[in-house]
Design a protein around this ligand. Structure first.
Ligand SMILES: [Fe+2]
Ligand SMILES: [Fe+2]
Length: 263
């Protein structure tokens, strides 16, 4: 089974590059399943129903969340009812949204998990123990587990990769918006990369316009962040998984430049 995992989609530029390039990537590479992080998909912060529908129509099968998922006011009902969205499972009990999403690809049952880290992030239940709980609960009915670990620290993401090794087919980091070049298969067969990078405008500071971010660093005053434009790219990881063993067979970074917008 071939799975494409796509890093944080940033606002309109991210959605545009997704719509433009995902169908041809899926066709050319015979992709069976597409998972994408959508915490920044609506104008850089959060997810609305129309944006979620647009992303699913573009060819994404399952969406994953993160700390910014809830940023748009009035979207909790949608987030709670969207069957193709997994929010981080280690938020407190009662948080809106699904803690996992199951999806059948032919005879293979895939479970997509989203967890959030705790280093330089808001307080949260332990993501490691939460993973144990979900694997225990779902392993009998799951052939392939996929984990999007949404975290700031590279060390925490690498620790999660090692912790999940041999129990989860693929662990990918999201949240920093900067792709890392360390894709590999861990010793017990888990495909891994520390961060997928972002699908959005790279002529920016992690997707946002440089002027507002610079003002905050130079003055420490509040400033309103806006999604940047220019040099838009789609960033992710392609993973082949042996569905009988659940082990990753190959991992390949995907980084597509939107030729029209390269400056
Ligand atoms: Fe993000
Ligand atoms: Fe995030």
């Amino acid at each position: 089974m071939r799975i494409l995992l796509i890093g944080d989609i940033i606002g309109r530029p991210g959605r545009d590059v997704l719509r433009k390039h995902l169908p041809s990537i899926k066709r050319a590479e015979s992709v069976d399943l597409v998972v994408a992080n959508v915490e920044n998909a609506a104008a850089g912060f959060g997810l609305t129903e129309s944006v979620g529908q647009e992303i699913l129509r573009a060819g994404v099968d399952i969406m994953t969340g993160g700390n910014h998922l809830w940023d748009k006011r009035g979207t909790e009902t949608y987030i709670d009812s969207e069957p193709f969205l997994a929010r981080p499972a280690n938020y407190p009990a009662g948080t809106p949204g699904q803690r996992f999403v199951q999806h059948d690809v032919g005879d293979t049952r895939v479970t997509v998990l989203s967890l959030q880290g705790r280093v330089f992030m808001p307080p949260m239940d332990c993501p490691f123990r939460c993973l144990d709980e979900l694997i225990e609960k779902l392993s009998k009915e799951t052939d392939v587990f996929i984990l999007d670990f949404h975290a700031e620290a590279t060390s925490e993401k690498q620790a999660m990769g090692r912790y999940a090794d041999g129990r989860v087919s693929v662990v990918v980091g999201t949240h920093t918006h900067v792709p890392t070049a360390d894709e590999r298969i861990l010793p017990k067969g888990t495909g891994f990369v520390t961060d997928l990078g972002m699908t959005g405008p790279y002529d920016s500071i992690i997707g946002m316009r440089e002027d507002a971010v610079m003002r905050r660093f130079l003055t420490s005053l509040p400033s309103r962040f806006e999604v940047a434009s220019g040099d838009t790219r789609l960033s992710g990881l392609m993973v082949d998984v042996d569905t009988s063993s659940g082990r990753a067979l190959s991992v390949k970074r995907v980084h597509v430049f939107d030729e029209d917008k390269v400056q």
